[in-house]
Design a protein around this ligand. Structure first.
Ligand SMILES: *Cc1c(COP(=O)(O)O)cnc(C)c1O
Length: 384
């Protein structure tokens, strides 16, 4: 539609103009229910009062200073994330790919100091970790890698949820294991708890850094702030981004001190990372999740969403599986869902796929049962 923008997305032919709660409007005044939330980003929906106030208030004070200085929103956010987690230190950046890069760099840095000769990182098939060279190399889907060789050496993929496959790839050179506790882009595939326990134990035995990529499944999506809490297994580091600042670009790496202390001044950096605007926004998101009832809302509404999905599957034999955790759910169809996505858009529902045949449900975490009902009415109408 607009040729001066590089053609990297097959964009839908609409121009969005404003939003409120779980709804957005286009420039022709048409209203849409938003079940994709900017791909699991708009945690608190659109136009959230406290979030927009915090952003505009912070913008009036300071939008950016260098990381050579402290700011209060940065201090507050780091303190909150560390005190609500099993981690000791945070590093802030601007995106999911950068958070994954940061975690992988930390793993290599730790290994270089404690286990010289170790540098290999085992990621998973079917995973998604972002588009920068390191994160892309870790991503276990060939379709994203075409025409970009050579990629980063020393990164490989095991079969997800298959401990034997991990053991086959592991060696004296392994410094880290990287996985999404719930694979998002790869089709909404949750890990098995038993598998994660074995991975955790294996990493402990060999002092291998276990990294969870919670860019999509973290920040309350599972009904817990961190996805690892859903599994009762704590990684050594976690990569976060997407929903953390409710739509303002942010990324974070949280890690245990044993590992994070491998970074010293100058070892890693990001000009914008943790700037006061982004961290002011993230502080509101974190507060709303822990103290505003949002996590409880996810737990309640996700049970309702799953029931609706199961009922839909019973009604439409073209749906072969429904799965997921919290408000990160998928419905797998026998055929590609692109036509359904288009039909939903026409009928006033924003929704996306996760892999060709899987419809992804990642609404804002403030969604209620009435809105779920409305979304399913539009969806059913679009399936017939
Ligand atoms: C989206 C995503 C990323 C990449 O995040 P960007 O902000 O697009 O760089 C990384 N990991 C997972 C699991 C994601 O879903």
């Amino acid at each position: 539609m607009y040729d001066f923008i590089m053609n990297t997305y097959s964009r839908f032919p609409l121009v969005l103009e404003k939003g409120e709660g779980c709804y957005v409007w286009d420039n022709k005044g048409k209203k849409y229910l938003d079940f994709m939330a900017g791909i699991a980003v708009n945690t608190l929906g659109h136009g959230h009062k406290k979030l927009t106030y915090a952003i505009s208030d912070q913008a009036k004070r300071l939008i950016h200073v260098s990381n050579f200085y402290w700011t209060k929103p940065l201090i507050d956010l780091g303190d909150k994330l560390v005190s609500h987690s099993d981690f000791d230190q945070a590093f802030f950046c601007n995106s999911g790919a950068e958070a994954v890069e940061g975690a992988m760099k930390l793993a290599r840095k730790y290994a270089s100091k404690n286990h010289p000769g170790r540098y290999e990182i085992i990621a998973m098939k079917n995973s998604f970790h972002g588009r920068t060279f390191g994160a892309l190399t870790a991503t276990g889907q060939d379709k994203y890698k075409k025409g970009l060789d050579p990629l980063v050496p020393g990164i490989m993929q095991a079969d997800f949820n298959d401990f034997g496959s991990l053991l086959n790839l592991a060696s004296e050179k392994t410094c880290a294991v990287l996985l999404e506790p719930v694979q998002g882009e790869g089709g909404i595939r949750p890990a098995d708890e038993e598998y994660l326990k074995k991975v955790r134990q294996f990493c402990d035995e060999h002092d291998i850094m276990l990294i969870f990529d919670e860019v999509q499944c973290g920040v309350g999506r599972t009904g817990h702030f961190f996805a690892y809490e859903h599994y009762n297994i704590c990684p050594d580091a976690v990569a976060m981004a997407k929903g953390l600042a409710g739509g303002v670009p942010i990324g974070a790496v949280l890690a245990k001190e044993k590992f994070s202390s491998a970074f010293g001044p100058g070892d890693h950096a990001s000009t914008f990372g943790g700037n006061p605007l982004a961290t002011a926004a993230a502080n509101v998101v974190v507060d709303e999740l822990f103290h505003g009832g949002v996590l409880e809302n996810v737990q309640r509404v996700s049970a309702y969403l799953l029931k609706k999905l199961e009922a839909l599957k019973d009604k439409f034999p073209t749906i072969i599986d429904v799965r997921g955790v919290g408000l990160l759910m998928g419905a797998e169809f026998k055929e590609p869902v692109a036509a359904i996505v288009d039909k939903c858009l026409e009928n006033g529902l924003l929704i996306i796929n996760a892999g060709a045949n899987i419809l992804r449900f990642v609404p804002p975490l403030i969604v209620n049962e009435t809105e779920i009902d409305e979304g399913f009415e539009i969806l059913e109408e679009s399936l017939i």
